[in-house]
Design a protein around this ligand. Structure first.
Ligand SMILES: Nc1ncnc2c1ncn2[C@@H]1O[C@H](COP(=O)(O)OP(=O)(O)OP(=O)(O)O)[C@@H](O)[C@H]1O
Ligand SMILES: [Mg+2]
Length: 299
């Protein structure tokens, strides 16, 4: 039987991006780009979001790809966000089919039909990507936001440098802990994602996971879950100070539900810690597995 620390280390490494996955993500990006350049005047495209920052959890779903449009497509910028989303949707449906393509408020999702097994493995393949139409705006980008009906500003470089700084300040354990809690959040056991968008977990971690890494995954996770529960009702602005508040994704009822689930998870973590403290190692590992899901190893 693994010790709790060994189990956490294995869990952490299972949530790390590996070469095969990166190759598959690049191949999918190239595939989508090579198609979309036949439909739109695209200046460049790049993998971004949590994938590029190494804060995405597994299975790899909804990897963000920005498609920076050329000046000649600027007519879209003066129209409602739904227009460019609709145009990208129509184009992608032509290639991937209606069942694989979905409109979202800021992107179009393309599902590659990858099977996720009971252990949350996908044979190193990306399940889906979020195709995000974008215009360059100085150092920032403008992207459509059908929720507000407006174009919003964003800056992935600022989000990336904040994540890197937090990671380094926390003995290089910050991103691993963020991926773990995002894994908890995405687990189907809840029936829905408690925290929405999951980017909010990372944004909150910029303030809630700091100080010195104490060397114990179990304590850090318990404390992090409990702080998330405490502060889920706070207003969480875009860390780059450009887009709408990240906490706008949930209404009051949803925040209450998130708080309840985070508090329950934090109590479960306390029980798991207690098992280990009393020498019940096997029980402790099982309790963490029940909390996180199949990627937390039992052996
Ligand atoms: N309200 C916002 N204002 C500005 N930029 C945002 C906002 N929300 C998200 N972003 C940027 O867009 C990226 C993609 O958003 P998304 O919701 O997919 O988050 P994510 O960090 O990629 O998390 P996930 O792992 O859930 O995909 C974010 O990583 C962030 O850089
Ligand atoms: Mg994303």
């Amino acid at each position: 039987m693994l010790t709790v620390d060994e189990a956490f280390r294995k869990f952490k490494s299972r949530l790390e991006l590996n070469d095969k996955e990166q190759k598959n993500a690049s191949a999918r990006q190239t595939e989508v780009r090579d198609y979309l350049v036949t439909k739109f005047a695209i200046d460049r495209s790049f993998l971004t979001g949590s994938y590029a920052r190494h804060t995405k959890t597994k299975p790899l779903k909804d990897i963000d790809i920005f498609f920076v449009l050329k000046e000649s497509e600027k007519h879209y910028r003066s129209k409602a966000p739904s227009v460019v989303i609709g145009a990208f949707y129509d184009a992608l449906v032509e290639k991937y089919g209606k069942d694989a393509v979905r409109k979202q408020s800021r992107s179009v999702n393309v599902d590659f039909g990858v099977v996720i097994d009971a252990d949350d493995n996908t044979d190193y393949r990306v399940v889906s990507v979020d195709v995000v139409p974008a215009f360059a705006a100085g150092d920032d980008y403008e992207i459509p936001d059908d929720d507000t009906g407006k174009w919003i500003k964003t800056n992935p470089e600022i989000h990336a440098s904040k994540a890197t700084a937090a990671h380094q300040a926390f003995s290089n354990e910050w991103k691993g802990l963020v991926r773990m809690v995002k894994y908890w959040n995405s687990n189907a056991r809840h029936g829905e994602k408690p925290v929405k968008p999951s980017f909010l977990i990372e944004v909150m971690a910029l303030q809630c996971l700091y100080g010195d890494w104490q060397g114990r995954f179990d304590y850090e996770i318990q404390g992090f879950l409990s702080t998330l529960a405490d502060r889920i009702f706070d207003e969480w602005p875009d860390p780059a100070g450009l887009g709408p508040a990240i906490s706008n994704g949930m209404d009051a009822a949803r925040k209450q539900r998130a708080r309840d689930l985070l508090m329950a998870a934090s109590r479960d973590a306390t029980i798991a810690i207690d098992h280990a403290r009393c020498g019940r190692n096997g029980e402790a590992v099982k309790a963490w597995r029940a909390l996180f899901g199949p990627k937390f190893p039992l052996s």
